[in-house]
Design a protein around this ligand. Structure first.
Ligand SMILES: [Zn+2]
Length: 482
């Protein structure tokens, strides 16, 4: 291992997208409802209430375990993790300790061009989410805090990786792959606020390990780790040492900060949860049928649609995106796929991200029509982007949405290339208006040709094909030269 090699391991908490909570019948669909409206004696931990395990949650966790090649343990069990915090009114969390549901396994992340890298997993266990504290005013010096138990008892899985990642970028790729796989499995909704939380362990080889707690966004993980790498390297460069500690990531500032209260090793007094029986589900694994997962879909996109590896990776990187792509090409899978893949992967995603829009907002048919217009050479790539932007802005601003063809007509974007007569007029105008450039061209200065093509592009407002203009101008000047 080289000096200052970055070593990263992740603990990822994901909410399982079940209809009811882990140990009671309360609905998990709480986000748009008022605080403490999805609660009952069980998830409030009132004395005498008894938890009943949600079979669906275990099935979901088993799907994840199987997809990541983990070994489901013959007998796993729930334990009580005892601590007091206001978001945990019963003063213990039901989680899994020394007998987790599954151990081992791995997931593959894209390394460089064609290779995939394997990241080993330590374990996957199931636990309940605590409630949520809402700090009024500043979290550090707030007036008071409110507590909402709607989230208490939502099923979580914690996926713990081995310290196999070697850069913040690899950590991001790990999370992307994890998220995509959980979505494909139908057990997780990444668009639900707070559905994912990450603790990241990071060290430089030979130095102490730092844990960054509770990062709540995908981008945040890469940013927090990048900050830590720089901070730790700077300490070592100055001859100082890295303290073993817990830090928090401050999303707004993009920095990590030492946790004020020196987090000591808690004595959680784990003991087996007396109100729940051990779990024997090993024989169930073989009955779980997995859907097509991201790797398989990526290979299928390459084989079936002729996508490049990079496009296939991008398009299968999220379930919604992959479904969207397939819908846009259903009418003509062979004819449209390459162009559609290029437009969706290289242009549409960037335009959506720029507007913080989800792909759900768009109708795949409208992209099919846009791609058809491009394929038929009815508009230039530049006009295609213009049409796309108008479409997205109309969605974003909740305006009536025009069809791509209507936008082309309204903005007069139809390509003039086919209209040879009109192009001839434009070229003639450009030649007569720029005698000096024509002379330069005739004198062998090639830059002059680019200038003339540029002038002609301007006159056709970018609606003609530069290659064709180039050819026609050369033709024309060749004639006048005689
Ligand atoms: Zn409940």
């Amino acid at each position: 291992m080289t000096e200052n090699q970055v070593i990263v391991g992740l603990e990822v908490h994901c909410q399982l997208d079940t209809k009811s909570k882990l140990f009671c019948g309360c609905s998990t669909d709480y986000r748009s409802d008022g605080p403490n409206t999805h609660v009952c004696p069980v998830c409030l931990g009132l004395p005498g209430s008894m938890p009943v395990l949600n079979k669906k949650a275990i099935e979901y966790a088993m799907r994840v375990a199987k997809a990541f090649n983990c070994t489901v343990i013959r007998e796993s069990e729930f334990s009580r993790k005892n601590y007091f915090y206001p978001d945990l009114d019963k003063a213990y969390q039901i989680t899994q300790y020394d007998k987790p549901l599954a151990e081992g396994g791995y997931l593959e992340i894209e390394a460089d061009e064609a290779r995939e890298k394997r990241v080993q997993l330590t374990r996957i266990h199931v636990e309940e989410d605590p409630g949520r504290l809402v700090h009024m005013g500043n979290a550090e010096r707030g007036k008071y805090s409110l507590v909402d138990y709607n989230r208490a008892g939502i099923p979580l899985i914690e996926i713990v990786s081995e310290p196999d990642m070697r850069s913040p970028k690899e950590a991001r790729k790990f999370l992307n792959k994890l998220r995509a796989t959980l979505e494909y499995l139908g057990v997780f909704d990444s668009e639900k606020e707070g559905s994912l939380r990450v603790d990241a362990n990071i060290s430089l080889s030979g130095s102490e390990r730092v844990e960054i707690k509770n990062i709540t966004s995908y981008k945040g993980v890469e940013k927090a780790l990048t900050f830590e790498v720089t901070r730790q390297k700077n300490l070592l460069r100055r001859g100082l040492k890295v303290d073993r500690e817990t830090r928090h990531y401050l999303e707004a500032q993009g920095i990590t900060q030492s946790s004020r209260s020196k987090e000591q090793e808690h004595d959680y007094r784990y003991f087996p949860e007396p109100d729940l029986r051990p779990i024997h589900v090993q024989s169930w694994v073989k009955d779980i049928i997995l859907p097509e997962l991201p790797d398989a879909r990526r290979e299928r996109f390459i084989a079936q649609y002729g996508c490049s590896l990079n496009h296939a990776r991008t398009l299968t990187g999220g379930l919604r995106l992959a479904n969207f792509f397939e819908k846009t090409v259903t009418s003509d899978p062979k004819g449209l796929s390459t162009l559609a893949a290029t437009w969706i992967a290289d242009t549409l995603i960037g335009e959506l991200n720029y507007r913080s829009m989800s792909i759900d907002a768009l109708d795949p048919d409208s992209i099919t029509v846009l791609v058809l217009l491009l394929k038929r050479d009815a508009i230039t790539d530049k006009s295609g982007i213009e049409v796309l932007r108008v479409m997205l802005d109309q969605h974003l601003n909740k305006q009536p949405c025009e069809a791509p063809q209507a936008i082309v007509t309204r903005l007069n974007l139809a390509k003039t290339a086919g209209d040879t007569g009109a192009l001839e007029v434009v070229i003639q105008e450009v030649i007569s208006e720029n005698p000096k450039a024509v002379d330069d061209y005739n004198a062998g200065r090639n830059g002059a040709l680019n200038f003339l093509v540029g002038q002609a592009m301007k006159k056709t407002r970018g609606r003609s094909d530069p290659g064709e203009l180039n050819r026609k101008i050369v033709e024309k000047l060749g004639n006048t030269e005689v």
